[in-house]
Design a protein around this ligand. Structure first.
Ligand code: SF4
Length: 119
């Protein structure tokens, strides 16, 4: 009887050990995979006029269409490309914006959260 119990305990221990090895192997395989690369900027979607955040911030794709009467602090030289919130290179047609993560805004666009980027 004692032999039977110890054999049963040994088999249980073996099964647990094999399970642990399988889990450890799976974790190690996941750790070895390279992290997913972030999407290139060109692959990001453009902010749609119907985007709730765009509506809330009165975002427009062209600063030329800003209603100066509605936004008296707007200045014609203000546009996404020279806004503190924008992330892009000089000459990019579309740039990232801290207020629209995962999307691009038009470099010639504007919204009421505009803050001048200091040189
Ligand atoms: S916060 Fe600046 S970069 Fe973003 S949409 Fe508004 S004006 Fe453009």
């Amino acid at each position: 009887m004692k032999d039977l119990l110890s054999r049963r305990e040994a088999l249980k221990g073996l099964a647990l050990g094999a399970g642990t090895l399988l889990v450890a192997g799976a974790v190690a395989a996941d750790a070895a995979k390279p992290a997913a690369a972030p999407a290139p900027a060109a692959a990001l979607p453009h902010v749609a006029a119907s985007d709730p955040m765009a509506l809330a911030l009165a975002y427009v794709e062209s600063a030329k269409s800003v209603d100066a009467k509605k936004f008296p602090n707007f200045k014609p030289e203000q546009k996404c490309s020279n806004c503190l919130q924008s992330k892009g290179k000089e000459g990019d047609a579309w740039v990232g914006c801290a207020l629209f993560p995962g999307k691009l805004v038009n470099a010639q666009g504007w919204c009421k959260a505009y803050v001048v980027k200091k040189a």
